[in-house]
Design a protein around this ligand. Sequence first.
Ligand code: CMC
Length: 429
Amino acid sequence: MDKKATITIEDQSYEYPVMVGTENEHAIDLRSLRKDTGHITFDEGYGNTGSCESEITFIDGEKGILRNRGYSIEELAEHSFFIETAYLIIYGELPTNDELSAFRLNIAHNANVHTRLENFMLGFPRRSSPMAVLSSMLNALGTYYPQMASNNRQQDLEYFDDAAAFLISKVRTLAAMIYRNQTGQPYIYPRNDLHYAGNFLHMMFSEPYHDYEDRSGLTNALDLFFMLHADHEQNCSTSTVRMVASSGANLFASISAGVCALWGPLHGGANTAVVRMLEEIYRTGDDGSKFIENAKNGKAKLMGFGHRVYKNYDPRAKIVGRVAEGIVQKMGIKDPLLDIAKNLEQAALNDDYFVERKLYPNVDFYSGIILKAAGIPVDMFTVMFAIGRMPGWIANWREIALNPASRIHRPRQIYTGSHLRPYVPIDQR
Ligand code: CMC
């Protein structure tokens, strides 16, 4: 029998259907609540609000489960690679050989960006935040492909396959250009023969007569890093992409907004904040214990710990931690920050404050170790997250665009300002 939920307001009761997801998650369908009762729900931060139905990603935060299109992140990490997982996330199925080749080719052949965008990049001050530049550049990219960024939903969908491949390809080129521009080096053009992560490292670190060589398996580690970030359900940036898309905005504009949401230190910016935190702890000579005390007293926040959804180990953090450890050993890296990170992790996992609140390391806690080992500067870390998250944003934009029942996202509020007041002329204030 279908379940119902009853809401009683004063002496009047209202019945609402209970929705059940594929994995047995339950929600009370309150879409007609305001019409029926004149009341709205209040859920600041949306901790209890389902904003959409989605077929893309499933997370069980209590059990530490993450699945993209039904495939567990552990299995994808073991057998798949970024571009294949990107295809899966966007189109819903693992690609056949032909589908994968076509997707790869479209990505490989569209890695260049228009030379006028190089001039645009030069207009930013040298010390600009890479995330500000990336967001602007991605929106600007849309202006070079007006047929794909028309804000005419039908037309944007007709060009979707190309737009998706362009964005996955060009975000990587733009990221490398941002780094080269910041460090005053000439841009290195992409090479079609290299795979996704290898081509990125090439554009970052090759020199005009000396191609980048990976002797430590960093290309694979980076590919895995991108894959682990590829989609993560209705997080802040993905919800932003969906919010912007719900107004009918094109893919480029929606994704540019997602980059801005990702930038914040509570979201994608946490990977930068973790390293800054570890550096600060090292600088002050603390082994981590003082910092833990400060975090418990509300004077500091243990960056890379805690998650809105995971109340168990973030499954991505386990994989990243293992890979980071392997890279450090293989490269013989002696990084005191890694020791501090391990101390912090152990101290937090055994401390009542963190245990009671179910605060575990999240994906950002150890991912910086891989990025640092690859030579990526700390202020580029969140850009790396953005490259990885591109398939998820694209898939979520597509889900909104293909849904005929999709409505503009427009929450309501509880107004707490003044009552109606008469206007006071300036000479009487
Ligand atoms: N350090 C110390 N205390 C914490 C932390 C932390 N990192 N995170 C949460 N708490 C405490 C918080 O103060 C609160 O305590 P109390 O119940 O006494 O008020 C309790 O734990 C619940 O926290 P919350 O703020 O209600 O949790 P939230 O769901 O609103 O926030 C979060 C989630 C990820 C923003 C938060 O845990 C945080 O700020 N973590 C550090 C930043 C970080 O690592 N972000 C990356 C998230 S994973 C990558 C991504 O997907 O973006």
